[in-house]
Design a protein around this ligand. Structure first.
Ligand code: NAD
Length: 498
C-alpha cells in the first residue's frame, strides 16, 4: 500500500501524556480517497487499556477533579469548547483524511461540536437532588446525584468527534472521568480534540484515549474499573458488548444502527421531499446511522418521484471530499466498501432491480480510491434482506404503499427503530404518523436534523438510552438516598411494643 510522504504518527493519550503501546506495536490509518496510508497509531492492548482506566480512576478520586465545584467544572468544559472551535478547520481536515466524508460536512460538525460542551457545561451545576416528604416527619430524607466513576466510551468512524461528544459532554458534566476507544478507522481527530482539553486546564487523566481495534474495545468493556460503557456502533457489536458488560453487571448505553423509512405521501411538497430523499441517503455516502435507506412512496406519486430521484442521482458528483463542488466522497474503508458491494449483489440475486448505480465507481484522479456509485434499488418487498438489513452505504431501497395504515405497517416492520421521515402537507396526518412510528426520532418535512438539546436514540434494536438533551446526563449519574433522624426518640427494635 502506498504511504503518504508526510506520514503522521499518533500515540495513546493516557494520564495527560502521549505514550506508546506497551507492546510497541502500531497500526496504519488509510485515506479512503487516495488509498494511501496517511498516519500510524499505537496499537493498545489490554495492558494499555488497564493503564488508561487506572489513570482515569486516579483522576476521578483526585481533589483536582472531585473537589472542583460543578460550576467550575462547567467553565472548564466551556474553555475546552473554545479551543476546539479555534482548531475546527484543522480537525475537520484530519477527519476527512480518515473517513473520506465531505470537508464541508465535517467542518460544519466541528463548528457545532463546542455547543455540546457549552450546553452540558451549563447543565453541570443544575444537577439537583430532591427532598422526599416521608410519612415519618422526624426524618429528613434527601437524594444526592453522584457520578459513576470511570466511563468507557466506544465510537465508530463516521463522525468520530461528534459521536464521542454525545457521550463525553454529559459524562464530564456529571463529574465522571473517561477512557475513549475511537474506531481503528478514524482515531486521529478524537486524539487531537481530547488532547486540547489539557490546554484548557483539565487535570491529567480525566480524559484518556486508547487506540486499537475490537480487542482494545473488549478490554475496556471487561475492565472492572469501568463503571459504565457508552457504545455507538453496529447492532452486531452492540449485542456482544451488552452481553459482556452484562456478565459483570456494568450498565451500557447503546446507540446502534437503523433502517429508517423516509415516507412521502402524495400531498407532500414534492420538491422538498425529493431533496429530503436524496440528502437522507446520499449525504455522507449513506454512512449515517439515520440514513433514510427505505423510501416509502405513495402510489399516486411513486412513478414521478422515482424518475425525479433517478435523474438527480445520476448527476451526483463523486470526487475529492476536500473540493467544495464534490457531492459524494468515498466509502470509508475497504471492509465497508465490500459490504456495500456484497449487499447490492445479494439484493439483485433476490430480485431487486437497479434504477441507478449498483457498482464501484472508478475515478481517474483517485485510481485507488474507495468509491461506490449512489444506488437506487426497487422491485423487492419490505421483507427482502436489502430492506431489512443496514447497508451503511449509498443504497436506497424504494417501496410503494397505498394508504396511511400500510405506510405505518411497512415503516414499523423492521427490527430497528432509530429514525423516520414523513413528508405531507396534512398536519393531522403528520402527527398521527409521528405517534404511530416506532422510532426514537421522527422528522416531519425535514430529515437528518440532530442537535445538542434534543434527545436522540433508538427504539427496538437501534439501542437504548438517550444522548443529547438534558436527560442525557441522567445516564451518567447514580442516585443516593440520605436519611437523617432529627429527633433523639430512637426506636429500639428489641423493646418495641406490638
Ligand atoms: P462497529 O460496531 O464495527 O465498531 C464500533 C466500535 O466498536 C469501533 O471502535 C470498534 O473498534 C469497536 N469494537 C468492535 N468490536 C468490539 C468488541 N467486541 N468489543 C468492544 N468494542 C468493539 O461499527 P462501525 O462499523 O465502526 O460503525 C458503523 C455502525 O455504527 C453502523 O451500524 C451505524 O449505524 C452505527 N452508528 C450508530 C450511531 C447512533 O448514534 N445510533 C451513530 C453512528 C453510527
Amino acid at each position: 500500500m502506498a504511504v503518504a510522504a508526510n506520514l503522521a504518527q499518533y500515540r495513546l493519550y493516557i494520564g495527560g501524556e502521549d505514550v506508546d503501546a506497551a507492546s510497541g506495536e502500531t497500526f496504519e490509518a488509510l485515506n479512503p480517497t487516495t488509498g494511501e496510508v496517511w498516519a500510524t497509531h499505537a496499537l493498545a492492548g489490554a495492558e494499555d487499556v488497564a493503564r488508561a482506566v487506572r489513570a482515569a480512576r486516579a483522576a476521578f478520586d483526585d481533589e483536582a477533579w472531585r473537589g472542583l465545584s460543578p460550576t467550575r467544572r462547567g467553565r472548564l468544559m466551556m474553555r475546552w469548547a473554545d479551543r476546539i472551535g479555534e482548531r475546527a478547520e484543522e480537525i475537520a481536515r484530519i477527519e476527512v483524511s480518515d473517513n473520506g466524508k465531505l470537508y464541508k460536512e465535517m467542518l460544519a460538525q466541528l463548528r457545532v461540536i463546542p455547543e455540546w460542551l457549552y450546553y452540558f457545561g451549563g447543565l453541570a451545576d443544575k444537577v439537583e437532588g430532591r427532598v422526599i416528604p416521608l410519612d415519618n416527619t422526624s426524618v429528613l430524607n434527601y437524594t444526592l446525584r453522584e457520578p459513576l466513576g470511570v466511563v468507557g466510551i466506544i465510537v465508530p468512524w463516521n463522525s468520530p468527534v461528534l459521536l464521542t461528544m454525545y457521550a463525553l459532554a454529559p459524562a464530564l458534566a456529571a463529574g465522571n472521568a473517561v477512557v475513549v476507544k475511537p474506531s481503528e478507522h478514524a482515531a486521529a481527530s478524537v486524539l487531537e480534540t481530547l488532547r486540547l482539553a489539557d490546554e484548557a486546564g483539565f487535570p491529567p487523566g480525566v480524559l484518556n484515549v486508547v487506540t486499537g481495534a475490537g480487542e482494545a474495545g473488549a478490554a475496556l468493556v471487561d475492565d472492572p474499573g469501568v463503571a459504565k460503557i457508552s457504545f455507538t456502533g453496529s447492532e452486531a457489536t452492540g449485542k456482544v458488548i451488552a452481553a459482556r458488560a452484562g456478565s459483570r453487571l456494568a450498565p451500557v448505553t447503546l446507540e446502534l444502527g437503523g433502517k429508517s423509512p423516509n415516507i412521502v405521501f402524495a400531498d407532500a411538497a414534492l420538491d422538498a421531499a425529493e431533496a429530503g430523499l436524496l440528502a437522507g441517503i446520499f449525504a455522507a455516502s449513506g454512512q449515517s446511522c439515520v440514513a433514510g435507506s427505505r423510501a416509502l412512496l405513495q402510489r399516486d406519486v411513486y412513478e414521478e418521484l422515482l424518475e425525479r430521484v433517478r435523474q438527480r442521482t445520476a448527476s451526483i458528483v463523486l470526487g475529492d471530499p476536500l473540493d467544495g463542488g464534490t457531492q459524494m466522497g468515498p466509502i470509508a474503508n475497504p471492509a465497508q466498501l465490500e459490504r456495500v458491494e456484497t449487499m447490492v449483489e445479494a439484493a439483485c440475486g433476490e430480485g431487486a432491480r437497479v434504477l441507478a448505480g449498483g457498482e464501484r465507481a472508478a475515478l481517474d484522479r483517485f485510481p485507488a480510491g474507495l468509491f461506490y456509485e449512489p444506488t437506487i434499488l426497487y422491485g423487492v418487498g419490505n421483507d427482502a434482506r436489502i430492506a431489512q438489513d443496514e447497508v451503511f452505504g449509498p443504497v436506497l431501497t424504494v417501496l410503494p404503499f397505498e394508504t396511511e395504515d400500510e405506510a405505518a405497517a411497512i415503516a414499523n416492520a423492521t427490527r430497528f427503530g432509530l429514525a423516520a421521515g414523513v413528508w405531507t402537507r396534512d398536519v393531522k396526518r403528520a402527527h398521527r404518523m409521528a405517534r404511530r412510528l416506532r422510532a426514537g426520532t421522527v422528522w416531519i418535512n425535514t430529515y437528518r436534523a440532530i442537535t445538542f438539546n434534543s434527545p436522540f436514540g433508538g427504539y427496538k434494536e437501534s439501542g437504548f438510552g438517550r444522548v443529547n438533551g438534558a436527560e442525557a446526563i441522567d445516564g451518567f449519574l447514580q442516585t443516593k438516598s440520605v436519611w437523617t433522624e432529627l429527633s433523639e426518640d430512637v426506636q429500639d427494635p428489641f423493646v418495641m411494643k406490638i
